[in-house]
Design a protein around this ligand. Sequence first.
Ligand code: NAD
Ligand code: UDP
Length: 332
Amino acid sequence: MEILVTGGCGYIGSHTAVSLLEAGYDVIIVDNLCNSKMDVIDSIKKITGKDVKFYKGNVCDYALINKIFSHHKIAAVLHFAGLKAVGESVSKPLLYYRNNIDSTLNLLEVMTKYNCKNIVFSSSATVYGSPQTLPIKEDAPLTTTNPYGSTKLYIEGILKDVYTADNDWNITILRYFNPLGAHKSGLIGENPNGIPNNLMPYIIKVATGELPILNIFGNDYDTPDGTGVRDYIHITDLANGHIKALEEVLKGSGLKYYNLGTGKGYSVLELVKTFEQVNNVKVPYQIVDRRPGDIAACYADPSSVYQCLGWKAELNLEDMCRDAYNYVIKTK
Ligand code: NAD
Ligand code: UDP
């Protein structure tokens, strides 16, 4: 059965492509490589021993998406393609709206034309804004604080309208918490260029000596040790969650929303300490001012996805720290 994976060369898409191939699906990837490299395709093939079809191009390109659908009998789409840097979205909002929303509209139009009405969409816990209640349930109030988050919320709204207009669609919206780690082979993972915005890539660059010191953004939050608390989830668990969501979509599930998180929050200091212990390295740090826009704590209530899909995270923070570092050391 052929599944189209948009953004399949990226961090989450590549791990999910591996899980799909291992589960016996045929995978077609479309990616314009604006935030990834083509050698990911070879790594996916190496890990799985299976072939994957790759189209280099933009999901905003109607002719390209039309061509893909005309050449393949696509049963469902996993839609990862999108720009995701919060800071950049504040300085370049039009780029984010154009890329993330246009690509989705284009995709949905071509899917409608070919009567392929099964889609799993990558949303984010960012749509919960600053949560009033923890842990966060799927029916919590939604709001965003930056253009990136707004693209996710608008796309969720577009998908809901599409479903309302035509109940033949099966649409699952997955709201990810904080994915970390890498495939255990060390062949795919996450290693952004330049100075990272996110915590784990920054920790790794300090551990490898590429950056001198980790700045911890505030230790005066209302959390057990004062540093920010997040729900970190292993990328392999996240990828496997997509397989469960896809299975449900293919059975005809209507419109569904699920949190993909572990349900447990860890502080910045806990993550740093665990990373140091597991990898036997030092991560010097200093406490600096809070980062504007950050929230104190954010973690999921993943009970709905467990009840409905039987999915729960299996790997722990040690696995995330070990696998994240292993990937970077191996590809250095
Ligand atoms: P990523 O940047 O590693 O992967 C996205 C991929 O999409 C990249 O390979 C990029 O080249 C491609 N792409 C972007 N725009 C495209 C376009 N118009 N046409 C074709 N390809 C395009 O990001 P990721 O971490 O793998 O995230 C995947 C999805 O999950 C994104 O939609 C992101 O917003 C969402 N998400 C990510 C996180 C996270 O922490 N990583 C959290 C919540 C949600
Ligand atoms: N953080 C930090 N130093 C960094 C990057 C992040 O202290 O260099 C903190 C941040 O304040 C938050 C947590 O680490 O409490 C996770 O941040 P990240 O940017 O990885 O994810 P998000 O804020 O999107 O949940």
